[in-house]
Design a protein around this ligand. Structure first.
Ligand SMILES: Nc1ncnc2c1ncn2[C@@H]1O[C@H](COP(=O)(O)OP(=O)(O)O)[C@@H](O)[C@H]1O
Ligand SMILES: [Mg+2]
Length: 259
């Protein structure tokens, strides 16, 4: 097998060409939490209109850091992020929300002492007039959120809280939704539900960039994916290409990946 065969990202030029016209795009991102200590060491990523893009990789690879960098929560040292071709590197999260980027962090992603409805109001605080219209859309996707609108989020199960978190992000009608490990810690049934809903949100026209610990399931539902390792893209390709790539399987989906 040649070194460039299959899904390996070695050809930045090809990746840059493919990224042309993408909705959200990151080029050669270098970022970290402390000056001089980089967690992302030159990451590239793009997400086209209506695409579902997965990010998988070992613990500590920098997947959450990448999403946080895209959402303006981690300082980008060098590299560039664009949304619809316009540079958004370093923009604050609230500005990004206004421009159509939604983010669901992995943890602490609901206000536990607030009701479901109040959580949704927090999601729409920048556009309170649109509350009812957006709440209807969210309840269409997650009917349970409507039925239990006056229940406190803290009293819900993990799966239900995840629905609240995704619903809250959808209140601003995002063009692209960044999801950090939405299925983590959930029962198998709830994991299925989360994957199903994510696909449904995506089919409704929302682009999705999804970090997932359940790599196999992620590759099954995504259009394309990136394998992140040590702050760099190790591989990219369609979900199917990556799932069928023996090196990806051995390194990231096999026993090593479970360790
Ligand atoms: N808030 C933080 N402050 C300092 N270092 C952090 C912080 N969050 C993550 N890191 C470090 O960044 C690296 C990548 O972490 P993370 O992006 O969370 O990886 P992943 O999501 O792929 O498991 C790890 O070495 C982790 O210890
Ligand atoms: Mg993480």
């Amino acid at each position: 097998m040649s070194a460039r065969e299959g899904s390996e990202v070695l050809d930045r030029t090809a990746h840059v060409a493919a990224a042309e016209g993408a909705l959200l795009r990151a080029d050669e991102l270098v970022a970290g939490y402390f000056p001089g200590v980089n967690i992302l060491n030159g990451c590239d990523l793009y997400c086209r209109e209506a695409e579902l893009v997965g990010i998988i990789g070992p613990n500590g690879a920098g997947k959450s850091t990448l999403l946080k960098a895209l959402f303006g929560l981690v300082k980008v040292g060098s590299g560039r992020i664009t949304l619809r071709g316009e540079e958004i590197t370093g923009l604050r999260a609230d500005r990004l929300v206004q421009q159509g980027v939604g983010f669901v962090p992995q943890t602490n992603n609901v206000f536990p002492s607030l009701t479901i409805e109040e959580n949704m109001q927090m999601g729409a605080y920048q556009r309170p007039k649109q509350f009812q219209e957006r709440f209807d859309v969210v309840v269409d996707l997650f009917p349970a959120l409507g039925q239990r609108r006056s229940q406190r989020a803290g009293s819900l199960s993990g799966g239900e809280r995840q629905m609240v978190a995704m619903g809250r992000a959808l209140m601003m009608d995002p063009s692209v939704l960044l999801l950090d490990e939405p299925s983590a810690g959930l029962s198998p049934v709830m994991q299925d539900e989360v994957f199903l809903r994510t696909r449904q949100i995506n089919r409704a026209g929302v682009s999705v960039v999804m970090v997932e610990q359940n790599a196999r399931r992620c590759l099954q539902i995504c259009d394309r994916a990136y394998v992140l390792d040590q702050g760099r893209n190790a591989y990219t390709g369609t979900g199917r290409e990556l799932a069928d790539d023996p090196k990806v399987t051995q390194l990231y989906l096999g026993t090593l990946a479970k360790a």
